[in-house]
Design a protein around this ligand. Structure first.
Ligand SMILES: CSC[C@H]1O[C@H](OP(=O)(O)O)[C@H](O)[C@@H]1O
Length: 352
């Protein structure tokens, strides 16, 4: 059977005893796996982008809680919850924007509160982490179908950053829609922004699509305007790291500019994200914390300085696209067209 690469690419795995992460800093030329045994190691791996991508960060954090529980039970079985608090705080401090991280930690914390004292919690917490992982992949496949149903056949699509198996539990969000649309013959080609400064597009998205034998052309972000002006794109399809209650969406830096270009050129704009990415506590995009990363990511390339000595850098990792520039938000619970506070609340079953 011709299994696709996405069935085999797993950024995050549980080996039976350890959390195993594919080191995405080394891709596409080296596939190196790291086996982690503690929550602090897991937090460093998230901070340093060994693993990245909002849903993948959430799944990883859930396994980090399992590692913390195993050590806490060994160290102080009578007070295992208290013994885990420092680890949970360390995981929460690893990266600020992807709300999936905090959703996963809150979800695991609520389970911890329900578990009995005097019993090793590790096995129950592991079952829940594996359930989070499984549900993410199932949700991605559903979003793939829902998003593909919005795409008319014929034209290429443009995507930004990496939103595939490497950014999730598997299959992908925006790249999952692209995989499903390609499988249905709806899109002939994918254009992918290289996505400076971390190059998730040229290093990760291109790597995933080449393995799936889906035709992909990389472009510098600056070329996106001309590509849209030539009328070659039907949709811009991106992921998200946090979506506010009114539909404003935080995503990789450069997404906001794409949304403005898309609206100017009559190209539709799709955000694909599981509901674990929606933060109903954030009224609008101004409430979303934007991670500022080190200047060396802009000043250097592959660890070698390319910028003029003496130059500084500004390196926000994300920006916010206002809801009015988004034509559709695709989630595993359904599609919200022209998102606003009211239809987002309906999607989330919140009281309006
Ligand atoms: C499937 S959402 C992935 C999301 O995360 C990326 O950011 P980073 O690589 O810094 O974790 C980017 O915003 C993607 O859209």
């Amino acid at each position: 059977m011709n299994t696709h690469a996405h069935d085999s690419i797993r950024a995050v795995q549980w080996t039976g005893t350890h959390l195993r992460l594919l080191d995405q800093r080394r891709l596409p030329h080296e596939s190196v796996y790291l086996d982690l045994d503690t929550a602090p190691e897991t937090a460093v791996a998230i901070r340093d982008m060994v693993v990245r991508g909002a849903p993948a960060i959430g799944v990883t954090a859930a396994y980090g809680v399992v590692l913390s529980a195993r050590h806490a039970w060994t160290r102080d079985p009578a007070h295992w919850r208290d013994a885990m608090q420092a680890d949970l705080d360390t995981l929460a401090a690893s990266r600020p924007t992807a709300v999936n991280l905090f959703w996963a930690l809150d979800h695991m914390r609520r389970l911890m509160d329900r578990l009995p004292d005097g019993v090793d919690p590790t096995a129950e917490l592991l079952l829940e982490a594996e359930r989070i992982h499984h549900d993410d992949i199932e949700g991605n496949r559903r979003m793939g179908e829902l998003g593909a149903a919005l795409i008319e056949p014929g034209k290429a699509v443009l995507t930004h950053c990496n939103t595939g198996s490497l950014a999730t539990g598997g299959y992908g969000t925006a790249l999952g829609v692209i995989r499903s649309a390609y499988a249905k013959g709806l899109i002939p080609h994918v254009f992918a922004d290289e996505t400076r400064p971390w190059l998730q597009g040229s290093r990760l998205t291109a790597w995933e699509l080449v393995q799936d034998r889906i035709p992909v052309s990389l472009l510098c972000e600056g070329a996106a305007a001309s590509l849209m002006r030539e009328g070659r794109i039907s949709w811009v399809i991106v992921g998200a790291d946090r979506i506010a209650a009114n539909g404003d969406a935080a995503n990789k830096i450069g997404t906001y500019g794409l949304a403005i270009l898309a609206r100017h050129h009559g190209v539709r704009f799709m955000v694909v994200a599981p509901t674990t990415t929606i933060d109903m506590e954030a009224a609008d995009g101004s409430a979303i914390p934007i991670e500022q990363r080190g200047t060396e990511e802009v000043l250097e390339l592959a660890g070698k300085r390319v910028a003029a000595d003496g130059a500084g850098a500004w390196n926000p990792a994300f920006d916010v696209t206002p809801a009015e520039l988004i034509d559709a938000i695709v989630t595993e619970k359904g599609v919200v067209a022209q998102p606003d506070q009211e239809n987002m609340a309906l999607l989330m079953g919140a009281k309006t």
